[in-house]
Write a protein that binds this ligand. Structure first.
Ligand SMILES: [Zn+2]
Length: 340
């Protein structure tokens, strides 16, 4: 999937981005050499704040209601066969849970529906009687209070639905710690378990729950740490600052998204939001120092950072970086989700 579509202001495609998996680029002093990113961005995988807000909206609409039936557009969406999907029909919703970036809907009779939206999957709420239609409609869950529709844009269908017994539910949790409730010691233990780059470690779902490409950029910017710093080389102060930044950024975004949706079902869920400091802001001024936001484009991923705030003014662009990323960073966006 070609997601890098760099167009420089002249309209000429950038030649430096065409070779090899590692592509780095820098921008000059803002605003004289401003180059905004015009690549066509995928919407980004919903991360912890997005999932928390989806769950809140679902709680208001389906807690205690009956799941009447489910229709799916393609059998590929359903990744389990036992218990069958029909076993969930006519059951009441008892609980809603976040498992990493997955949404789990608990039903009486110890059954769960587990939804993984992946990159392009989104949820919509419609009145009772809604139909599953169009190329993007993937699943329709009919509750007594209305219809929950799973859509997935694009030709790559990666979103998934699983029907799971309670005793098997944890198999669907990647196992990362919940950074909103863990202690700094638990955070440090997960962070330093292996010596990887900060970007890679923070987005490892087996270590930290719900943090992906967008919020890791925002967290590292808040902590003023480089995305390629090595986890086992951080000072005690840096670990504390990263811990605080992680909690603050995620909590602030949960509050912001909750305020934005008001009582509505979350509408435009995207990893590219105007209030973000650096993620998706290549070439735009850093809100802290005003210098242009930089990027590392590696295979399908773009990482954004501020050189002034995070890397001592150094733009990350040399051969050693290429080698480091090759060893440490997955190539495909979905592989960040499955990284170990
Ligand atoms: Zn800055």
């Amino acid at each position: 999937m070609a997601i890098v579509n760099n167009q420089l202001p002249t309209g000429e495609p950038s030649k430096i981005f065409g070779r090899g998996p590692v592509k780095v680029s820098s921008v000059g002093t803002f605003p004289n050499h401003r180059r905004s990113s015009t690549r066509k961005s995928p919407p980004g995988m919903p991360e912890l704040p997005d999932i928390v807000v989806y769950l809140d909206a679902l709680e208001e609409r389906i807690a205690g209601t009956e799941l009447e039936s489910v229709s799916i557009a393609s059998p590929f969406l359903l990744r389990t066969f036992d218990p069958p999907l029909e076993a969930t029909f006519g059951r009441s919703v008892t609980e809603l849970k976040r498992l990493g970036k997955r949404i789990a809907i608990g039903l009486d009779g110890e059954l769960w529906l587990v939804l993984h939206l992946m990159i392009a999957g989104r949820l919509n709420w419609k009145p009772t009687g809604a139909k599953l239609s169009g190329k993007v409609g993937q699943a329709l869950f009919r509750f007594s209070t209305g219809s929950l529709i799973l859509t997935e844009a694009g030709s790559k269908k990666r979103a998934s639905l699983s029907v799971v017994r309670s005793e098997d539910l944890l198999d669907h949790d990647p196992g990362g710690i919940d950074v909103l409730v863990c202690s700094v010691e638990e955070f440090r233990e997960a962070l330093t378990l292996t010596n990887r780059t900060l970007k890679r470690q923070l987005t490892n779902p087996r270590l930290f729950s719900g943090i992906g490409n967008a919020f890791s950029d925002e967290i590292l910017h808040r902590a003023r740490l480089s995305p390629i710093s090595q986890t086992q080389k951080l000072s005690d102060d840096e670990v504390h600052s990263l811990f605080a930044a992680t909690r603050d950024v995620l909590q602030e975004w949960i509050t912001r998204l909750q305020n934005q949706r008001k009582a509505n079902f979350p509408g435009r869920v995207t990893a590219f939001r105007p209030e973000m400091a650096v993620h998706g802001k290549y070439g735009q001024p850093c809100p802290v120092c005003g210098k242009p936001v930089q990027r590392i484009v590696y295979a399908e991923n773009e990482t954004n950072y501020c050189a002034q705030c995070q890397t001592g003014g150094r733009v990350l662009a040399d051969r050693s970086l290429s080698r480091l990323l090759k060893q440490d960073w997955p190539r495909r966006i979905e592989d960040w989700e499955e990284a170990d």
